[in-house]
Design a binder for this molecule. Structure first.
Ligand code: ZN
Ligand code: ZN
Ligand code: FE
Ligand code: FE
Length: 292
């Protein structure tokens, strides 16, 4: 299966080098951020998301389910460790049904200091194509994007939350555990914006990502949240480009209709700050490819 998938990857790279695909008129980048019902808050099986990807003219996607946590009762929105094989089985089934679509195997992994050994253990369980490192938790009990935790936002100064978030995000980039950092300004989701200048915090994070050859993603899910803009903001993406940070794209689909959502706009966004390349990952190795 892996050999076939790799061969398909090579073929699709060659096919996309001319920059165009039949369906959309413009080749869309890989959608590397998608979820499945195993996390209990997404709908649509991988085969259904794959069907949608094919219909949209995507040539490569990657599933990045919320990782099994150090304990299954950590919270109620990650997949359980017992379901890892079921997850991979679903991805293999989708690959079998859509052989012309390249389907990468990944996880969106919560970076929490102290969980590094657990994350390494997960890494050993499969020949993953990439791990997306995401920060949702700034403490063991405050996941800042959880609508049920708005009260915790109200008890704190926005700058304190943003600083704590960026401290973890920077540590995630330096950890060597991840190929991509997910939704790098998730802290804006509910519009608790600090008055202070936060760009220096983002610069530190982005310099760290560049130095460790970790990509960031444009995540279009932000458009569907209160903040009404993609992650990251234009100022942060512009700084990322200026510093030479690599880029991937993700819809963060939690339903089939969200696959590849707003990708044409995301490509335009990337180009507007000067990006001309994106990257693909195969068994943790990065391949830089031209952006359509
Ligand atoms: Zn989710
Ligand atoms: Zn596999
Ligand atoms: Fe996330
Ligand atoms: Fe996600």
């Amino acid at each position: 299966m892996r050999a076939e998938a790799s061969l398909a990857a090579v073929t699709s790279t060659l096919a996309s080098f001319d920059g165009f695909s039949q369906d959309s008129g413009m080749a869309l980048p890989c959608d590397y951020h998608m979820h499945t019902p195993l996390c209990h808050h997404a709908k649509g099986e991988p085969t259904e998301l794959a069907a949608r990807a094919v219909a949209m003219g995507l040539t490569e996607i990657g599933f990045s389910e919320h990782n099994p946590m150090i304990r299954n009762d950590w919270d109620d929105w990650h997949m359980e460790i017992e379901n890892l094989d079921a997850y991979l089985g679903k991805l293999h089934q989708a690959q079998k049904e859509y052989p012309d679509l390249t389907i990468k195997h990944a996880l969106e992994v919560d970076f929490i200091p102290g969980h590094e050994d657990w994350i390494r253990e997960l890494a050993r369980r499969h020949d993953w194509d990439y791990f997306i490192g995401s920060v949702h938790y700034i403490s063991d009990t405050f996941d800042i994007d959880n609508p049920f935790k708005i009260d915790q936002w109200k008890e704190r100064r926005p700058y304190d939350v943003w600083s704590a978030y960026l401290e973890r995000l920077t540590a995630a980039a330096a950890s060597g555990l991840f190929q991509i950092i997910g939704h790098p300004d998730l802290c804006k989701k509910f519009c608790f914006y600090p008055d202070e200048d936060v760009l220096p915090l983002f610069r530190t994070f982005l310099e760290t990502a560049r130095d460790h050859e970790v990509a960031i993603e444009i995540n279009t899910a932000g458009l569907r949240k209160d903040c009404r803009e993609m992650y990251p903001s234009p100022a942060i993406l512009g700084m990322a480009r200026e510093l030479g940070v690599r880029l991937t794209f993700g819809s963060d689909a939690h339903a089939p209709e969200e696959v590849g959502a707003d990708f044409a706009a995301a490509v335009e966004f990337a180009r507007s700050v000067g990006y001309r390349e994106t990257c693909r990952f195969t068994q943790r190795r990065c391949e830089v490819v031209p952006l359509a």
